[in-house]
Structures are given as C-alpha cells and as structure tokens.
Write a protein that binds this ligand. Structure first.
Ligand SMILES: Cc1cc2nc3c(=O)[nH]c(=O)nc-3n(C[C@H](O)[C@H](O)[C@H](O)COP(=O)(O)OP(=O)(O)OC[C@H]3O[C@@H](n4cnc5c(N)ncnc54)[C@H](O)[C@@H]3O)c2cc1C
Length: 430
C-alpha cells in the first residue's frame, strides 16, 4: 500500500507520457503508464526524421521505449483505457479497462509465422492506411512491447468462429483466444494526461480534393511514404502510378488559422514542411519543392536557421500566397491554383504530389476523458490550464503535457513532460 500511494498514473504512451514516466521512475516513484494502442510510441514513432536536427525519429525514440519497458518502477498497460477516477489529490482510485490481446505477452517472440499464415487483409492504421496488414499483426516494427496483437474487429475466428490458423502455426503456443477484457483498480497520488493529438481530416475542405485525387496526401501520410520502414520502403512514389514524385507542393495551414475549422496555429507545420522538403531532396537532389504559406512561423530554437538552410542548401522555394483550390489533369497530376501575395496575381502550378499540412486537433474522445477525470477543456477541446500554472488542469493533482494541452513540437513536449513529472513528484514523494 505504501508503494501504491507513491504511484503516478500517466495516460498516453507518446513521447510526452514516456518522458514523464521515465523521469518519475528515475526519481523512485511507481508509475502506471496507460496506452490504448497495442504499443507505446505515439505519433513520434510514425515520423521519418525530426526537425530541426533531422535525426531519425525512431532511432532516438527506441532507447526510451526500451527504458520504459525495462524500468523497475514503470508498469506498462497497453490496450488499456481509464474508465473511472474517484478520490482526490494524493489519493485517487482509478478503474482501468485492459482489453484482451489474444496473444500471451510473455510467450510471443514476434517471429511473424502467424502473420504469414493469416488470410485477412485490412488497412494498416500505423502506416496511415497506405498498405494492408493481417488480423494478427505487430503494431509497428519497433513497437514496445514487441509482441503480436489480434485485431478483434477483423479476426475471422473472433468475428465468425472460423480459422484459428495462427494458433496452429505458433510454435510458442502464444495465441490465447480465451483471454478476456479485465477491469483493474489502481491507487495513485497524481495523474498526468498525455493523450496527444489527431490529424485534421482535410476531406472537410473539399476544394483541396483529398480522397478525390490520389496524389493529394496529408503530411503524416507523407512521413510514412518517405520512411524506410514505411509502405514504399522509403521510395517517394505517387500513390496513383507508383512513379517517383519529383515536383512537390506543400500546402500550409490546412485546417489551422482558419475560422471555419480551427482558428489556432498548429505550431509545428512550417517546420515539418521544411523538413519533409529537405528529406525529398536528400533522397533525390533533382526533386523540386514549393511550400505555399501565409506567413512562416519559425520561432523555436534554431528554426530560422533551419528555414534558411532549406532555401539555400535544399533549394526549397517558399511561395507566399493563398491556395484557392486543387484540380488534376488527365495524368492525375495535381494542379495548385493560388494567389501569389507579392504580385497579387492568380497563378497555377502542376506538380506530381501535393502534401497537405493538416492541423493538429484534439483527440475525438477528449470530452469523454475530461469527464472521467473531472477536468475542464478549453474552447478548442485541448485540456485547460492557466497562465501561472501552465501544466495544471482544473483539478488538483491532475497535470497535462504535450499535444493534448496544445499543439507542440517534440522538444517542447519533452520539457512539459519533465515539468509534469516534477509537479506529480511533489505530491507522491513528499
Ligand atoms: C506530420 C507531422 C510531422 C511532425 N514532425 C515533427 C518533427 O519533425 N519534430 C518535432 O519536434 N515535432 C514534430 N511533430 C510534432 C510531434 O508529432 C508531437 O510533438 C509529438 O508527437 C507529441 O507527442 P505527445 O506524446 O504529446 O502526443 P502523441 O504522439 O499523439 O501521443 C499520444 C499517445 O496517447 C495515446 N492515447 C490517446 N488517448 C488515449 C487514452 N484515452 N488512453 C490511453 N492512451 C491514449 C495515443 O494512442 C498516443 O500513443 C510533427 C507532427 C506532425 C503531424
């Protein structure tokens, strides 16, 4: 009981939740890290490289995933969600629902024999539905815990009572269709919310043609397309005909700074578009990239220098203007129609691929989670904080960091996570 009263609940296993858990674990606090997906890592695991250093995202994330898994003070609860919170600061009681994986975590060695035999093919969420996966699958290659999961919505046995072929071919007897969802009660002194963001769905802005035109993709889809572990093995090819994409248009502020959708700035898009254009050039110096922007926001550490490097070393052309619509020609080449601010002229540009920098929006179920936690959200549905307690929610003992607080980049998310770890430690390590 003494150890439990010293525990902290961290909700969300992206970089923010991971950092908060590691800091607390290292301070000697017990941590329950709750992630609803089959593996921790969050959006950072989906990125190819990271601005402003262009480090390989998964290479800098992987050691933290492994540290979390091995840490004596951190208990990982994947495929889990918080259903109820009662009590008060220093003494919260949390009801957790742990969903069945149908695979024994301590037996599975992620060998892939079962995947090779599974007859089901469904769109892969981690790869932004740009490839298909089986009903038994690893969430992603480097995911932690490094085990398979059976997708209950698509498994033939779980939906229709036939198949079990994975079970026949698993030499470790790791498949367990008898597993059931479990409710677990935790006693914790403080709670950290780190549930991150979702990308805005640009099909709501019909003039950009997303989903109508195959060669119009979102920035997160582009991250998977250019990533060596992604669906094209890192070859930047067009979804329509698999030809190399040589002429790229990046459209900024898609769903951000837009009164019809989200009036706030998503803060990371100017930099990630610059990075994405740099990566295309690194793959092939013949690639031409045009970034269409309203005004460029490069206010972080080293960011202006990064943009200048983009222009000078990577030949990125920054086009100040407003994009009215995207159409396409007979060969499925997107045509960008825009008004150039400097000349006030209406122009068009035909490219191979358009990348929409979609805004970072709150999770769809943010309201539900806020209700469970008894905290308030702000006008956009990010978790509410105040000016002088920027990491405190409206309920004492519950803190918030990363993109569920507001859109932020990785360094800022990590800084906030360490801040929340300190705030939580003040309560549980007193
Ligand atoms: C296209 C793109 C490119 C980017 N490139 C860069 C870059 O180069 N450099 C950079 O610094 N930043 C970049 N960013 C920003 C970066 O992705 C974020 O800063 C970072 O992912 C924030 O981490 P987070 O942990 O707060 O949220 P997330 O990464 O969203 O993680 C949140 C986690 O919480 C889990 N979760 C959500 N709800 C629940 C719940 N109710 N219960 C349990 N678990 C839950 C989610 O499954 C997820 O694992 C980019 C963003 C985009 C969209």
């Amino acid at each position: 009981m003494e150890a439990e009263s010293k525990a902290v609940l961290v909700i969300g296993g992206g970089i923010s939740g991971i950092q908060a858990a590691l800091d607390l674990g290292d301070m000697g606090a017990k941590v329950h890290l709750v992630e609803r997906k089959p593996a921790i890592g969050g959006r950072m695991a989906q990125l190819d490289k990271t601005f402003p250093t262009n480090d390989c995202s998964i290479c800098i994330l992987s050691p933290k995933l492994a540290d979390c898994f091995r840490h004596n003070n951190i208990k990982l609860h994947t495929l889990s969600e918080v259903k109820k919170v009662t009590g008060k600061m220093g003494d919260f009681v949390v009801k957790l629902r742990k969903y069945a994986r149908f695979v024994k975590e301590d037996e599975c060695v992620n060998c892939g024999e079962c995947v090779a035999k599974c007859p089901v093919k469904v769109p892969d969420e981690f790869d932004m539905e740009l490839r298909k996966r089986e009903a038994i699958y690893p969430y992603y290659l480097q995911g932690v815990p490094s085990v398979m999961t059976i997708d209950r919505e698509n498994c033939l046995y779980l939906t229709r009572g036939v198949c079990r072929i994975c079970e026949k071919f698993c030499t470790r007897n790791a498949i367990d269709f008898e597993q059931e969802d479990k409710d677990v009660t935790l006693h914790v002194g403080a709670i950290i919310v780190a549930t991150g963001f979702d990308p805005f769905d640009p099909s709501e802005i019909s003039q950009y043609g997303y989903r109508r035109y195959r060669n119009v993709v979102t920035s997160l889809e582009y991250e998977r397309l250019i990533c060596a572990s992604g669906p094209t093995g890192g070859h930047l090819t067009r979804p329509s005909d698999k030809k190399p994409a040589k002429n790229l248009a990046f459209i900024q502020c898609v769903g951000s700074r837009d009164l019809k959708n989200n009036s706030y700035c998503s803060s990371v898009c100017c930099m990630h578009a610059t990075k994405e254009a740099m990566l295309a050039y690194e793959h092939d110096p013949k690639v031409e990239s045009h970034i269409f922007y309203m005004d460029l926001r490069a206010s972080g550490k080293g960011f202006q220098k990064y943009v200048t490097r983009g222009e000078q070393e990577y030949k990125i052309s920054y086009v100040r203007g407003s994009v009215a619509k995207i159409t396409e020609d007979r060969n499925e080449n997107p045509i960008v129609w825009y008004e150039e601010t400097r000349s006030s002229k209406t122009k068009k540009m035909t490219v191979d691929l358009v990348v929409l920098a979609t805004s970072l929006v709150p999770k769809k179920d943010a309201e539900e989670l806020a209700k469970v936690l008894g905290v308030e959200l702000d006008e956009y549905n990010f978790f509410k904080t105040n000016l002088l307690n920027p990491l405190d929610t409206t309920r004492p003992g519950i803190f918030v960091c990363g993109c569920c607080r507001e859109p932020t980049d990785i360094p800022e998310s990590v800084a906030q996570a360490s801040g929340t770890a300190e705030r939580a430690a003040e309560i549980v390590m007193r």
